[in-house]
Design a protein around this ligand. Structure first.
Ligand SMILES: [Zn+2]
Ligand SMILES: [Zn+2]
Length: 343
């Protein structure tokens, strides 16, 4: 995946040239105060539909979160439209030139309560009053500072396979839990310590930094663009890479390798491994770490029970599920009593 920060006119021209008749897959987010979300939603839909934009866009009072694709030839017009909206002018776009032109089939712009499900009460603080953005070089310097407390704002199954050296990695299932734990742990250091945060692509830190400022932390920093942008800058600027292992991502790959270190272990045998899989039993789909040897042995399942079910015929499986509510393990990412080696 190629990621671009703010593109110069020349870089944009090269990008469009390279893509030819292809579509460009783009993601971006911005926290802002959007008063009339329906009007804003309709405004986007009318303009973007005309530019043949496809994708899934969430609009809320707190901002916008967009995953979309646009024909390369319409990119300039799309960019011009973004720049015509005050809070989206110059917004950082993550652009992937993909062979797959089928990433989105429709344009869906939805009004939502939140752009990220975070369990926070909006009215209590200003989400646009965010922390200081640090690029990769500034971030490396910040985390060397003895007065810095570095916090990973992601969930346990994400930091398990990769994180920055010396980061606090809360053992949490949700963003909301993380916020409370960190606040409690650092309650005595609201003024003297630099609170430095990071997440996958920046969207969670953007909110967390505003939250902590609201809670009285004086020096709040965040890694701009998250681990994704950090990895790109480390490579292009030949910086020291302080991230160890893999960056968990939410598409079918489940992780992008950032360094050669394997910091996790197979949840079934304990051998070094950082490959996330989903249990293939359709009634389970538990997310966990499984090495190749265990995949073979367990037929890609998380447990003997799932293996037995998975090896039944489709009709037998259906009969087994009849009358039962679907297992909720799908939501228990990486946690189950069957995983012996999950720390
Ligand atoms: Zn194993
Ligand atoms: Zn299973």
């Amino acid at each position: 995946m190629q990621l671009y920060n703010t593109l110069s006119a020349k870089e944009r021209a090269a990008l469009i040239e390279e893509a030819g008749k292809e579509r460009l897959t783009i993601s971006f987010y911005q926290y802002a105060h959007i008063v009339n979300t329906s009007i804003f939603r309709n405004h986007l839909f009318i303009h973007w539909d005309a530019l043949e934009v496809l994708g899934r866009i969430y609009v809320a009072h707190e901002g916008i979160n967009a995953q979309l694709s646009v024909p390369a030839e319409n990119f300039e017009a799309f960019k011009a439209h973004l720049d015509s909206i005050s809070f989206l002018k110059g917004v950082r776009l993550n652009i992937a030139v993909e062979q797959d032109n089928m990433s989105f089939l429709k344009l869906k712009v939805k009004v939502r309560h939140k752009i990220v499900a975070d369990g926070l009460n909006d009215a209590s603080f200003d989400v646009t009053n965010k922390g200081v953005h640090a690029n990769a070089m500034e971030f490396n310097a910040l985390i060397e500072d003895p007065d810095t407390v570095l916090v990973d704002m992601r969930n346990h199954y994400e930091s398990e396979i990769g994180h920055f050296e010396n980061a606090i990695t809360p053992d949490v299932d949700t963003f909301r839990d993380s916020l409370d734990i960190i606040e409690k742990d650092l309650a005595d250091h609201k003024e003297d310590k630099k609170l430095v945060m990071y997440c996958t692509g920046g969207i969670r830190c953007e909110k967390a930094s505003a939250y902590y400022k609201h809670k009285g932390f004086k020096q709040v920093y965040q890694l701009e663009g998250g681990i994704i942008e950090y990895a790109k800058q480390v490579e292009s600027q030949k910086l020291e890479n302080k991230f160890k292992g893999k960056n968990f991502v939410f598409d079918s790959r489940l992780g992008e390798r950032i360094s050669d270190d394997v910091i996790a272990s197979c949840h079934q045998c304990g051998q070094p491994c950082d490959e996330h899989v989903n249990c293939v039993n359709d009634a389970c789909h538990l997310l966990f770490i499984q090495c190749e040897v265990c995949s073979e042995k367990m037929n890609y399942c998380c447990s003997d029970n799932c293996k037995e079910v998975h090896e039944l015929t489709f009709e037998e499986q259906k009969a087994l599920r009849r009358g039962k509510t679907v297992s909720n393990k799908i939501f228990k990412k990486g946690r189950s009593e069957v995983l012996k080696f999950k720390k």
